[in-house]
Design a binder for this molecule. Structure first.
Ligand code: NDP
Length: 451
C-alpha cells in the first residue's frame, strides 16, 4: 500500500494548489480527482462562464459600433463554434493542471476517493494511506424540490447546450442566475429571470442591486422579482410551462435552476473517517482548516464559507505552507474583492452601506453617470460607483461598482483597502483621464450619511 505525507481529495483550484505547494516543500503528496482536473472553476464555472459572457457581448458591441459610424450587417452568433473553442481551451487548461502536478512530483490518481478509516482511502479499489488528508471536493449545484424539477437543468449542464434556447427561464437571482441571464440574452434568447427577493444579488449593496435590476430590464430581460417557481410541466411540443408562486405562467424551451450550491460530500465515507459535519451539512473546520479529526483538513467550497476560487487557492496554499513550511506568509481575507459577470458587471469589496451603518456613522459617496462610450453608442448603459467611508477613521470600508470593467478596477481597489486606505488617500491620488476609474478619486461631495 502506498503511503503519503499528504493526500488531497479533489483536483480543483484549492486542492491542486495545496498539493503542488506541499510537494514543493518536500512532502510525499498524492491527489485524486474523479471528474475533471481544475474542478468547477476551470470546467463548469468561472473560466467557461467568462468566455461565454465575452462571447455574448459581441452582439451589443456590434450594435454600439453603429453609433460610431460603422455600417454593415451585424455578425451572426455561432454557438457550436464557440462551444468547440471553449472546450478546446478547457482541455488545454486540464492538461496544464496535470502537468503542474506532475512537475511538482505529486502522484496523480484519477478516480473517486473514499475514506475506509481515518488514514486509509479507497480509490477505485486501490488503497492508500496518508498521515494527513485534505478534503477539497468543492460544491455542486442545488435544485429546489418542486414538481417537474427534473425537467430543469443546472449550471453543469448549461455549459454543454447544443444550441442557445430561444426562450429560457432562469431561476435564482444570485451570481449564476444574473450571469447566465446576460449570456442567454446576449445570444438573443427571450430570458425570464425569476428570483424570490425584491432585488437580485442578496447580500450586495442595495444601490448595486437596484442598478442591476434596472440594467437587466434595460437589456430586455423579463424580471419576475419576489416570485418562485411552484411547478414545471412538460408540454406536448416538448416545451416547458413554469408556474410561478403568483400564478404567472411562462412557456419556455429551457428552465435553468441557479439556486445555489451545496458541499460535494457524495460517497466520501466521512463517517468512517470520524469527520463531523456542522448543522448546515458542511464539513466543520476551525480557523486552521482542521476538521474534527486533527490530521484531516478541509478547504474551499466544501466548507461553504466564501465560495470563491481565489479564496480556495489561498486556503490551499496557506494550509500546505502551515503543514510543511514555515507558514509565515500573510493573507488577507477581509476584505475580499469579488465580481459578478453580469451585463454590465458588478464588483464589490468590503462592507455594504447597511453593514457599515451598523458599526457607526458612515459617509456615503455615489457617482452615477453614462460612461463615455455610451454617450455615442446609443445604448442605455449607466455606471454606478460608491464608496462607504467610516466617519471616525476616514477609512474606506466598502467600494461598490456596476459598470464596464468593474471587476478589473475592483482588484486594484482591493489592494488599497487591504492596505487600509482612507478616503483622504483616494482624494490625494491623481486620476487617469479620461476613464471611468478616475471617478474613484474624484468623488468629493458626500451623498449622504448612513448610520
Ligand atoms: P447564490 O447563493 O449566489 O444565489 C442563489 C440564488 O438562488 C438566490 O437568488 C437564492 O435566493 C435563490 N434560491 C435558492 N434556493 C431557492 C429556492 N428553493 N427557490 C427559489 N430560489 C432559490 O448561488 P449561485 O448558484 O448563483 O452561485 C453559487 C456560488 O458560487 C455563489 O454564491 C458564489 O459564491 C459562487 N460563484 C461565484 C462566481 C463569481 O465569482 N463570479 C460566479 C458564480 C458562482 P435568496 O437570495 O432568496 O436565497
Amino acid at each position: 500500500m502506498q503511503e503519503f505525507d499528504l493526500f488531497v481529495i479533489g483536483g480543483g483550484s484549492g486542492g491542486v494548489r495545496c498539493a503542488r505547494i506541499a510537494a514543493g516543500l518536500g512532502a510525499r503528496v498524492g491527489i485524486a480527482e474523479s471528474r475533471h482536473w481544475g474542478g468547477t472553476c476551470v470546467n463548469v464555472g468561472c473560466v467557461p462562464k467568462k468566455l461565454m459572457v465575452q462571447a455574448a457581448e459581441y452582439a451589443s458591441h456590434a450594435q454600439d459600433a453603429h453609433g460610431f459610424g460603422w455600417r454593415g450587417a451585424a455578425p451572426q452568433a455561432g454557438w457550436p463554434t464557440l462551444m468547440a473553442a471553449k472546450n478546446a481551451e478547457i482541455a488545454r487548461l486540464n492538461a496544464i493542471y496535470v502537468k503542474l502536478l506532475q512537475g511538482a512530483g505529486v502522484e496523480i490518481f484519477e478516480g473517486h476517493a473514499r475514506f475506509l478509516d481515518p488514514h486509509t482511502l479507497d480509490i477505485n479499489g486501490e488503497h492508500i494511506r496518508a498521515k494527513k488528508i485534505v478534503i477539497a471536493t468543492g460544491g455542486k449545484p442545488a435544485a429546489p424540490g418542486i414538481s417537474g424539477g427534473e425537467l430543469a437543468i443546472v449550471s453543469d449542464d448549461a455549459f454543454y447546450l447544443d444550441d442557445v434556447p430561444q426562450r429560457v427561464v432562469v431561476v435564482g437571482g444570485g451570481y449564476i442566475g444574473v450571469e447566465f441571464a446576460g449570456i442567454f440574452r446576449g445570444f438573443g434568447a427571450q430570458v425570464d429571470l425569476v428570483y424570490r427577493q425584491p432585488l437580485p444579488l442578496r447580500g450586495f449593496d442595495n444601490d448595486l442591486r437596484q442598478s442591476l435590476a434596472e440594467a437587466l430590464a434595460a437589456q430586455g430581460v423579463l424580471v419576475h422579482a419576489g416570485r418562485s417557481p411552484n411547478e414545471i410541466v412538460l408540454m406536448p411540443d416538448n416545451s416547458r410551462r413554469v408556474m410561478l408562486s403568483d400564478g404567472t405562467m411562462i412557456d419556455t424551451d429551457l428552465v435553468f435552476f441557479a439556486t445555489g450550491r451545496v458541499p460535494n460530500l457524495d460517497r466520501l465515507g466521512l463517517n468512517d473517517a470520524g469527520v463531523r459535519l456542522d448543522p448546515r451539512g458542511t464539513v466543520a473546520v476551525d480557523s486552521d482548516f482542521c476538521t474534527s479529526q486533527k490530521h484531516i483538513f478541509a478547504i474551499g467550497d466544501v466548507c461553504n464559507r466564501l465560495n470563491l476560487t481565489p479564496v480556495a487557492i489561498a486556503e490551499g496554499h496557506m494550509l500546505a505552507e502551515r503543514l510543511f513550511g514555515d507558514g509565515t506568509r500573510d493573507w488577507s481575507f477581509a476584505p475580499v474583492p469579488t465580481a459578478v459577470f453580469s451585463v454590465p458587471p458588478v464588483a464589490t469589496c468590503g462592507l455594504t452601506e447597511d453593514e457599515a451603518a451598523k458599526l457607526g456613522p458612515a459617509d456615503i459617496f455615489v457617482a452615477s453617470f453614462t460612461p463615455m462610450r455610451h454617450t455615442i453608442s446609443g445604448r442605455v448603459r449607466r455606471t454606478l460607483m460608491k464608496l462607504v467611508v467610516d466617519q471616525a477613521s476616514n477609512r474606506v470600508l466598502g467600494a461598490h461598482m456596476i459598470g464596464d470593467d468593474a471587476a478589473e478596477m475592483m482588484q486594484a481597489i482591493g489592494v488599497a483597502m487591504t492596505a487600509g486606505a482612507t478616503k483622504r488617500d483616494f482624494d490625494r491620488t491623481i486620476g487617469i483621464h479620461p476613464t471611468s476609474a478616475e471617478e474613484w478619486v474624484t468623488m468629493r461631495t458626500r451623498t449622504r450619511v448612513a448610520g
